[in-house]
Design a protein around this ligand. Structure first.
Ligand code: MOS
Length: 729
């Protein structure tokens, strides 16, 4: 099916099931422990063996010699995989990292061996007997030191160009009566998802089945096929339940590749969970950035020049952090420039983490907007409203498909009680606490991609949907089931959603907040075909048929849906593809975040007191699961603002705080009441469901809203995240 003209009225618009705040359909399986996560599957044929990954203890250089003899002789050891016996190993396409040092070492904790044994403890013990001798090279680990020599990025980051220019930025900035030129820094951040990367790999002849934890099945198949050098059609990935990903499980990591190699070497199924202390330096992370923002405006607050330059680092060939993405779209201004530069650093790979680019980009831009509002003597909400644009500022002939940004700002200001904010910093005190309010705008792209689904109707009237879409805790099962229920006119209980299996029809999976709109459109396409097949079987004219209350109706005839299936199931498959609507319209999601903080006047301790998010993301398919995603983003934003930072040892080249004791994510005591509301809108340019994703939007803008609230509380501006108390004293 092809979607190339804006959606009109269709079965989804009944909104009997879609749009309802329904509980997660798989929730009981998870809360009762019956949903198997990657490491937990019990039904794998063969006797399970356990793999343990050994990471390199240098950041750059090569392995001169690796002695595994003692490890091989240890009790219960079945195999030791190193570069010496692994055979040729490729890289994936989305990540540049190599899965095994071979023998060059590219970063600290890059795997140098997988030890396979009868037990996990046996494998771990034997890992301690492996002796590696290294020749250490000189690495670069300090982004600030590399900044001046970093070239403009070559590789387009996530679709955006590395450089953009409109009008005469430098001239307009020099001529502007009110200007700002400030530099902001964001640290290396870890995904720190609850479930570690984990895989059970099993071979049957030359066919490989991996139960794993991965967000995007299609990328996983492709990248595992590239890594192992075997065709995709000999690999099956199974990943129906995922304990969080945040982009860190976008595609193949070393647990998956090494489990496959270990299983081949041992001739047994092998399970590998990446031990937590390895994850921070072994897998990808969100790289640190340095961002220079320049804004020029007229005295009455109209932006005439806006410039955003950014530096990040990566392994050779890696991506740049595309921090400038949002600056291209969020505010008006005739003269504009953005540029991302990329330094080579010998740290673990930097790559996608929830709202890549946009989250750290707004951490800079939205403090700059707050500073600029103050210089202009304008209220920060009013300053943003004044500089709204309804067309793409780089391509004025291209309108936004929908852009209720001003409405988000107004609704948020009203609901939060913004009018009670004192514009003068340090003016409000509550005992020992200095109290401030801050806000920030939010924007995140709304991509959508081809997605397929299989739909089956059986004689009981049960509709089964199969797609390789994943659910990373987001609610995919539920919105897939809701879409099918609406299309087929059955209650939710009569739909079975099966996800996370690469043998099912392909979707883009969970990433780039495109999963929800993409997969539901695929389900729409498959169910449209199923409706036609049912009508055809009953001899109904498909133009004049309705599906409601578990029946198929045409004229004065009504047939129970199960009866329509008759003796044999009806199974169909289809996908949704797209025309050029995403070129004709700028498709984005918008939001506004408001925060109130208290800062201890004596210690500088910051406590978030309350927060509000107002989001616009087209039709909200399920307000309950969507809200959960937004408040999850807000919690992550509290971490980004106040605590989360991987500290680089710039001499030895690794992230020092590589566990959840040292890498501080917010805990319950850090999180106050969070309020999230949605603007009532639909976007007919997206798909027949008129929906966009919200999973990444909820994070963008949170940290700068907190930063601006701290400034309002105490009058000290810190431009270096995380905003820890030492920076305020
Ligand atoms: Mo997201 S970082 O595109 O999983």
């Amino acid at each position: 099916m092809k979607f190339d003209t804006p959606a009109t009225n269709n079965p989804i618009d009944q909104l009997k099931v879609v749009g309802q705040p329904l509980d997660r359909v798989e929730g009981p399986l998870k809360t009762t422990g019956q949903a198997p996560y990657a490491y937990e599957w019990q039904d794998v044929p063969g006797r399970m063996a356990y793999g343990y990954i050994l990471g390199a203890t240098i950041a750059k250089g090569r392995i001169a010699a690796i002695d595994t003899a003692a490890a091989r002789r240890a009790p219960g050891v079945l195999a030791v995989v190193t570069h010496e016996n692994a055979g040729p190993l490729g890289r994936g396409q989305f990540y540049v990292q190599r899965f095994l040092a071979a023998p060059e070492v590219d970063h600290y904790h890059q795997p140098i061996a997988l030890i396979v044994a009868e037990t996990f403890e046996g494998a771990r013990d034997a890992a301690g007997l492996v002796r590696a001798r290294y020749v250490e090279g000189r690495g670069a680990f300090d982004l600030a030191a590399q900044r001046d020599t970093a070239p403009v990025a070559q590789r387009a980051p996530f679709g955006g160009p590395p450089e953009t220019a409109v009008g005469d930025f430098e001239g307009a900035f020099a001529a502007a009566p009110v200007t700002l030129d400030e530099t902001y820094t964001t640290p290396d951040q870890a995904h720190a998802m609850m479930e570690p990367h984990a895989t059970i790999a099993a071979w049957e002849g030359d066919r490989l089945t991996c139960r794993t934890s991965i967000q995007q099945m299609n990328w996983g198949l492709r990248d595992l096929s590239l890594a192992l050098g075997i065709p995709k059609d000999r690999i099956r990935l199974i990943s129906p339940y995922i304990g969080g990903g945040f982009g860190g499980k976008g595609t193949v990591q070393s647990d998956l590749v090494l489990a496959a190699l270990g299983a081949r070497a041992a001739g047994r199924p092998v399970k590998v969970a990446m031990q937590r202390p390895l994850m921070f330096n072994n897998t990808i992370h969100r790289p640190a950035t340095i961002q220079r923002i320049r804004i020029g405006a007229t005295r009455d607050g109209r932006i005439t020049a806006i410039g955003h330059e950014s530096w990040s680092g990566n392994l050779p060939g890696g991506r740049t952090e595309p921090t400038t993405l949002s600056t291209r779209f969020l505010y008006a201004g005739a003269n504009r420039m953005t540029r991302v530069r990329l330094a080579v650093l010998d740290l673990a790979e930097g790559n996608a983490m929830r709202a890549p680019g946009e989250a750290p980009g707004l951490m800079a831009l939205e403090i700059a907007m707050d500073e600029m509002a103050e210089r202009l003597g304008l209220d920060p909400v009013a300053f943003r409203i004044l500089n709204d644009t309804q067309v793409d500022p780089e391509k004025p002939e291209r309108p936004f498909s929908t852009r209720p940004f001003v409405e988000c700002l107004r609704v948020g200001a009203e609901r939060f009680g913004w009018s009670r904010r004192s514009p003068r910093p340090g003016a409000v005190r509550d005992g020992a606490w200095l109290v401030g309010m801050g806000m920030a705008g939010a924007i995140r792209g709304a991509p959508i991609s081809k997605a397929g689904a299989r739909a089956r109707l059986d004689a009981r009237g049960i509709v089964t949907i199969e797609t390789d879409m994943t659910d990373i805790g987001t609610g995919s099962y539920t919105i897939v089931a809701q879409t099918a229920a609406e299309m087929m006119g059955v209650p939710l209980e009569r739909v079975v959603a099966k996800l996370g299996d690469s043998s099912f029809p392909e979707t883009p999976g969970s990433g780039g907040q495109q999963g929800a709109p993409s997969v539901t459109a695929g389900v729409y396409a498959a169910c449209t075909k199923l409706r036609e097949a049912v009508a055809h079987r009953l001899g109904f004219n498909s133009a004049d048929v309705t599906f409601a209350d578990g029946e198929v109706r045409s004229g004065n005839r009504a047939v129970p849906l199960g009866q329509a299936a008759g003796a044999g199931d009806i199974t169909v498959e289809d996908s949704m593809e797209y025309g050029d609507l995403s070129q004709r319209f700028a498709q984005q999601t918008f939001g506004a975040h408001f925060a109130e903080v208290g800062v201890d006047a004596y210690t500088g301790e910051v406590r978030v007191r309350r927060m509000l998010a107002v989001c616009a993301a087209g039709r909200i398919l399920n307000p309950k699961t969507a809200r959960s995603q937004v408040i999850g983003g807000m919690v992550m934003g509290i971490g980004a603002a106040l605590t989360e930072e991987m500290t680089v040892d710039k001499r030895r080249g690794f992230f020092v705080n590589h566990d959840l004791a040292g890498y501080e994510v917010p805990v319950h005591a850090d999180v106050p009441h969070l309020d999230a509301v949605f603007i009532d809108e639909v976007d007919p340019t997206m798909s027949p469901l008129k929906a966009k994703g919200v999973g990444e939007l909820g994070l963008t803008g949170v940290a700068p809203a907190i930063a601006n609230a701290i400034y309002n509380a105490i009058g000290v501006r810190v431009r270096d995240y995380p905003l820890t108390l030492d920076k305020y004293l």
